[in-house]
Design a protein around this ligand. Sequence first.
Ligand SMILES: [Fe+2]
Ligand SMILES: [Fe+2]
Length: 275
Amino acid sequence: MKVRYPKWEYADTPPHWSPYIEYVQARNAASTIPSYVEPFLVKIMLQARQALDQKDTPLDRDLVVFIKQEAQHCKQHDAFNRQLHAAGYDGLKAFEAELEATYEDFLANRSLKFNCAYAEGFEALGSGMAQIVFDGKLARFEADEPNPGSELWRWHLAEEFEHRSVAFDVYQTLFAHQNPIAGYFYRLYGFFVALRHLGGYSRRVTDYLLSVDRAAMTPEERAQSVAREAFFKKTYARLMIPKLLMVLSPFYNPGKKKVPPALARYLEAFEARPA
Ligand SMILES: [Fe+2]
Ligand SMILES: [Fe+2]
């Protein structure tokens, strides 16, 4: 695990960075999430470091890298999202304000246990998505050539996979060690809260982004766009459901997930790039 610093410029990246705009707008909607959830994760994991009270253990060293990786993810998504705002999707601000308020509420009013279970739920979604992307299952929706929009997601998801067991190990150590059965059910609770919250948010933001795009379409184009969206959603649900079911197992351990070969190759190639 290590921190990587991409140097992409998003100024010339159009909001439609792949011709399959129904896929792209789902990704763009999701791109607003890291700007708010990841600063929240950083704060929660700093609290977890205090609660663990064991410095220089393997988990503590991983936590330090996890925190630095999430900070970089957030920074890159912020830069990308500025282009979405500049492109005239003015309604995004209200969705983002809602997300920001939710995490402020979590920090102020929820327990560290709840926040760690939610964080692990978010992380479980991220590592599942990384497997799908690096197994090449969404290639048909991507642009032919890599661009900063697609690269942002590949880098982010590769690192999400790389640090997939950190939030899980923190949760297990702090909250499931003494009572594994209660700890298991509470982990599921955190997962379902994250799934419902972020799934609902992404759906509403995607609907908004596509409604702006479709306002400029002819009725035929709109019908085609709706059909393409339905196909993407069906494909994605079919791929994601088995990943979500895995999380429900009492034996779930993200550390045991096999690294997709394309993901290992991607990170190797990333590191070989000139600085
Ligand atoms: Fe991240
Ligand atoms: Fe993460």
